[in-house]
Design a protein around this ligand. Sequence first.
Ligand code: TYD
Length: 347
Amino acid sequence: MPKETKKAVAMRILVTGGAGFIGSHFLRLLLKRDNATLIVNLDALRYSGNLDNLRDVASHPRYRFVHGDICDAKTVEALIKAHRIDTIANFAAETHVDRSILEPAGFVRTDVIGTAVLLEAARTAGVRRFLQVSTDEVYGDVSTGRSKESDPVAPRSPYAASKAAADLLVQSYFTTYGAQVLITRGSNTFGPNQYPEKFIPLFVTNALEDQALPLYGDGLQQRDWIHVEDHCTGIATVLERGTPGEIYNIGGGCERRNKEVAQAILNILGKPGALIRHVTDRLGHDRRYALNCEKVRTLGWQPQANFEDALKSTVLWYQDNPRWWGKIKSGEFREYYERLYGARLST
Ligand code: TYD
């Protein structure tokens, strides 16, 4: 059967971190994609987990929410058993580089130990498939060319190092136990519902409030941007058609310098360029990430979004949903913002 026409098999899937940005979009995509899959969302609802992201699917008959931590083996084992889970997609992670610089320990706990707990619970319960959602940051700074899946990992931030460690653990379960694992390495993702600590939602919401946009260093760093819906269809494709034991890069192929993205945001909102403030650079800041995505394309996937259009619709989403981000920015976020940017913005 040609790959494109192979039918998705209904799953009983545990999505961890399903109340987060990419996890919530993925969960919604799965509910739409077929009419038989049961989805259990395990989320600790820490600072970036937000049930507001899932209001529209909260009472869906094929969706269940469990409040809990992936590091808690008893909870994980019990829910795998109770819901007869056959597939796990691990989105639960601490993901923000700047937070990993301030407090690395939590990244080791959630990203490394949490993944280890899930892998072991999956192995002992005989879970059929395990997909680990990883990141292009594990390849480190890429000054030229594009990272391939066969490239060695060379992480440079505590966040990237914790994700690289988790990837190695996942691969070891394939080699040692023959576990049917898959790893996706996505590029910088953007879209609605992204916690406003990340570059695009931070700059959009700051601009909406006429606040300065803190651009690190010279602002000439490059990232390979992908819209969250493209990232999620990529993950679903790998889950359905990927070869166990393999890694798949999922990138949008839209390389942009941070400065250009900041200016594009201001242009969409009709705000002045003077809002951009060059501030002290991030420690160990990677200049460039870029992914070679030929491998995932052989599964029949390719990104659909045009960067400029997708950025515009994303900016308009934040403009139309001030309550969603206003609630976040008035809470714990303020303290974090002051800690990270206070001194930077006052000089
Ligand atoms: P980020 O969204 O943190 O993703 P990552 O570091 O994982 O790629 O940042 C994207 C880029 O934007 C990165 O080069 C750092 C830069 N950046 C700023 O210039 N200012 C900021 O306040 C933030 C959060 C990021």
